[in-house]
Ligand binder design. Structure first.
Ligand SMILES: Nc1ncnc2c1ncn2[C@@H]1O[C@H](COP(=O)(O)OP(=O)(O)O)[C@@H](O)[C@H]1O
Ligand SMILES: [Mg+2]
Length: 332
């Protein structure tokens, strides 16, 4: 039986006032709400079906996510059960769009941008895995791009709804209809086969997400979810266009190894392989930033050594040589 959606204005737990629906996933409806005690916006995630197994999983989501401190992981504020038995989570409200919406509306991202956006998520996974949690449903729809003035874009990891706290736990792997949990297009072969998932399964999902961000489509596609699962298990991923940079190509290939043992073992191992952003190259010695002249003393000084590129790079910017305290040479 389908439960009625919460009405705008409804007060949950005498504290959270429902404002408007935000989204719907397979397991839950998400509402924008206001925490009337603290007068701040929150996201209220209410489970759809009341079933003991689902409720237990939902509670596990609360505990899994609440224990994490990484700034890219969405904060969990509260957990409770509605009068009709439906469990709910109160989450930090993220003002923004999912990466799925971003690429649908604006087209695929460039390779460098995709690497930079996903880097903190790989860092978050390192923490998630260190805490003994496996996300199991990493995909562009579960990543939100949050505008943050003064910062480069902030990406937040959502939805620990099917996270496995115990890597060997297989109790909730199959639904009543026999479907495997997760999203087929981003699911690792071991997950698709119903074998136990490991942190390397999240590493696969990072590769699938990276490919989706740079090409606009996940690496495996077919007409129906079961056919996608067959593709994931048997076929090679969709080839990448020629203009995808080598670093991105290499990472995608590394993450999409069918054998989990051939992938980086977890978030920390993947982070170690993730390319860092190129650092800005400091200007060579004696070259003034645009619009500024060297001080008079420095202008008069004769350059005896030609600045080598390596020496210039070692010198810390913004303190080029000509700004160091200059001492007048002793009079003869
Ligand atoms: N904390 C949040 N802030 C803002 N929007 C959210 C938040 N959590 C979820 N949403 C929206 O709701 C959608 C589904 O949420 P999600 O947690 O992924 O649910 P499901 O487990 O049903 O997939 C997301 O794609 C996003 O658009
Ligand atoms: Mg989701």
């Amino acid at each position: 039986m389908e439960e009625a959606p919460l009405e705008a204005g409804a007060l949950v737990a005498g504290r959270y006032r429902v404002e408007a629906p935000l989204g719907e996933g397979g397991m839950a409806r998400i509402y924008r709400a206001t925490d009337t005690h603290l007068d701040r916006p929150v996201a209220l995630k209410v489970m759809r079906l009341v079933a003991a197994a689902h409720a237990a999983r939902f509670e596990r989501e609360a505990r899994a996510a609440a224990g994490l401190r990484h700034p890219s992981v969405v904060r969990v504020f509260d957990f409770g059960v509605l009068d009709d038995g439906r469990p709910y989570l109160v989450l930090e409200f993220i003002e923004g769009r999912t990466l799925h919406q971003v690429i649908t509306e604006e087209g695929p991202l460039g390779g460098r941008a995709a690497l930079d956006l996903l880097r903190p998520i790989v860092g978050a996974l390192a923490e998630v895995h260190a805490a003994g949690v496996i996300h199991r449903d990493l995909k562009p729809e579960n990543l939100m791009l949050q505008p943050a003035p003064g910062l480069t874009a902030l990406v937040r990891l959502l939805d620990f709804g099917i996270a496995a706290v115990d890597p060997l736990s297989t109790d909730e792997r199959l639904t009543r209809t026999g479907a495997v949990f997760g999203t087929p297009a981003f699911m690792s072969p071991e997950q698709a086969l119903g074998k136990g998932v490991t942190p390397a399964s999240d590493v696969w999902a990072v590769g699938a997400t990276l490919q989706c961000l740079v090409t606009g489509a996940p690496p495996f596609a077919a007409d129906s979810p079961p056919e996608i699962l067959v593709e994931v298990i048997r076929s090679a991923p969709a080839p990448l266009p020629d203009d995808v940079p080598g670093a991105v190509r290499g990472l995608i290939e590394l993450c999409l190894q069918k054998d989990p043992a051939a992938r980086p073992a977890d978030g920390a191992a993947l982070l170690a392989r993730w390319p860092t952003a190129p650092r800005p190259v400091p200007p060579p010695v004696g070259v003034c930033p645009a619009g500024r002249r060297r001080p008079r003393a420095a202008r008069r000084r004769r350059t005896t050594r030609r600045p080598s590129a390596r020496r210039a790079a070692r010198r810390s910017w913004p303190r080029p040589r000509w700004r160091r305290p200059w001492r007048r040479p002793p009079r003869r």
